[in-house]
Design a protein around this ligand. Structure first.
Ligand code: UDP
Length: 482
């Protein structure tokens, strides 16, 4: 542990979505623990997130969040009326004022103060710098995903010779990256279909119109990244070493992951036994009891995360495949999606399968009965499965999931990406063959060996003296001496 001396106030501002909130909270826990009592953390978030966290704490009856104070800096009660870009605009204008006030309060008594902000909220960096405090951007996706936006950034900003990253690119002082990343056309194909084109009020005037609104948000975040004191990423050096090395030419990148509860990794933080927050109530006991009756590596676990919205036809195809494979299955189908299941599927398959609306995925992936994970390749799911050494069949749905699936199969060799048609539809046969190959086919041994290797390396990264462990020490020591 490190960072003894004067109290350091760290304000963490996550993007208020489960997949962003969970890793930042895990980082908060580890950062506070490593600070050995010298760091106080305030989570600056929306009213509804703050209320959910208080409820979770009361329901769990644990002290998980005693190390941090949660402050609402934005009342999102009426936001459901607004479209995505409208919501983001309102959040920016109101929350930036409140964030400024919070920083002022925390800096009183001359405390050292630092802001850790979700990179999807780049305006927070301006607020931090206006108040003269240190600031670190926080990315919840793979380093490679962030790197994929670099060419897009140059296309949009290439004429701005004053920009240090553009100037470095023009001076050819940025080496080319030897890892193949998706082209702009591919990225555009992967964009989420739900985000609408922005209204004229929503458009940040710095970025050209043609970009998808979500991508515009990411590219906007890159424009100021060189001003952040650190760029933190929920990944680990070994996993993405070429990309991490390349990124350090542009930004002060440090990997700090995998950001999972300590009890699943190094076990050094005694109180850190779960994520502590859940978007849905998990049926954990039922899942564990059922898994306990199964043999080692015999079960296929299926989950598409907290947001993916699969078509009725795709769900029918998965159902058909699960009926045909020889393995048992545990399928998480969120309550709102269950009406899409084929009629009688649950009763017809009750001998070999269990369908649940939510589970504690960490416990499921950690269970020895699980031999394969059919996943949408959300970054949290990928990093969790990597940590537990579970081979994957990737069925990406949008955005970074396609890149994650590519790396999972081609670079880390821990699974297979199911072949999809031009509409991203995957047939029953593809799913069935993919699962059989992963569990019993020619590639099974190689995939298992790779999965075991990455599992060890993930633990090594956060263990004492590991790359992520050292990076966190470096940040705390830098803050203490700044
Ligand atoms: N998860 C869970 N129970 C489930 C399904 C998912 O706890 O039944 C968690 C999972 O552990 C992960 C998160 O939900 O932390 C999903 O995040 P990911 O980035 O994979 O996908 P997203 O939900 O953001 O699309």
């Amino acid at each position: 542990m490190t960072g003894k001396g004067r109290t350091m106030e760290v304000i963490m501002m996550p993007f208020h979505h489960q997949g962003h909130l969970t890793p930042m909270l895990q980082f908060a826990k580890r950062f506070a623990w490593k600070g050995a009592g010298s760091i106080r953390i305030t989570l600056a978030t929306t009213l509804s997130t703050a209320q959910n966290m208080t409820n979770s704490k009361n329901n769990n009856n644990n002290n998980d969040y005693d190390f941090l104070t949660v402050e609402s800096i934005y009342d999102d009660t009426d936001d459901s009326q607004l479209k995505f870009m409208g919501r983001m605009g309102k959040f920016k204008s109101e929350a930036s004022l409140q964030l400024g006030r919070l920083i002022t309060t925390k800096s009183i008594d001359n405390n050292k103060c630092m802001l850790v902000y979700d990179a999807y909220l780049p305006w927070a960096l301006d607020v931090g710098k206006d108040h003269n405090i240190q600031a670190a951007a926080f990315f919840v996706q793979a380093c490679a995903y962030m790197a994929s936006f670099y060419p897009m950034f140059l296309e949009e900003f290439g004429s701005d010779d004053q920009h240090p990253v553009v100037a470095a690119a023009k001076a050819e002082s940025v080496p080319s990256l030897s890892v193949e990343l998706p082209s702009r056309e591919e990225m555009e194909r992967y964009a989420p279909k739900c985000a609408q084109s922005p209204s004229s009020d929503d458009k940040p005037n710095t970025v050209k119109k043609s970009l998808h609104p979500v991508y515009r948000m990411v590219v906007s975040s890159i424009t100021t990244l060189h001003l952040a004191d650190f760029v933190l990423i929920n990944s680990f050096d070994h996993l993405e070493h070429q990309v991490v090395k390349w990124m350090t030419n542009l930004w002060r990148v440090r990997t700090v992951g995998p950001l999972l509860p300590s009890s699943y990794l190094d076990k050094r933080i005694k109180s850190d036994v779960d994520y502590g927050i859940n978007p849905y109530k998990p049926n954990n006991e039922a899942c564990m009891n059922w898994l306990n009756t199964k043999q080692a590596a015999s079960v296929v676990y299926v989950s598409f995360g907290s947001v993916a919205n699969l078509s009725v036809e795709q769900i029918a195809e998965i159902a058909k495949a699960l009926k045909k494979i020889p393995s048992s299955f545990l399928w998480i189908v969120r309550e709102a999606e269950q009406e899409k299941l084929p009629e009688d599927f649950i009763t017809e398959t009750s001998e070999k399968g269990l369908v649940m609306s939510w589970c504690t995925q960490l416990d499921v992936l950690a269970h020895e009965a699980v031999g394969c994970f059919i996943t949408h390749c959300g970054w949290n799911s990928i990093i969790e499965a990597t940590n537990f050494g579970v081979p994957m069949l990737g069925m990406p749905q949008f955005m970074d999931q396609f890149l994650d699936a590519h790396f999972m199969e081609k670079v880390w060799g821990v699974g297979i990406r199911a072949k999809a048609d031009e509409k991203n539809f995957v047939t029953c046969d593809e799913i069935k063959c993919g699962v059989n190959e992963i569990m019993y086919g020619d590639k099974a041994n190689m995939i298992k060996e790779n999965a075991a290797k990455w599992k060890d390396l993930a633990k090594e990264a956060v263990g004492e003296g590991g790359s992520s462990d050292k990076n966190i020490d470096e940040i705390i020591n830098w803050l203490a001496s700044s």
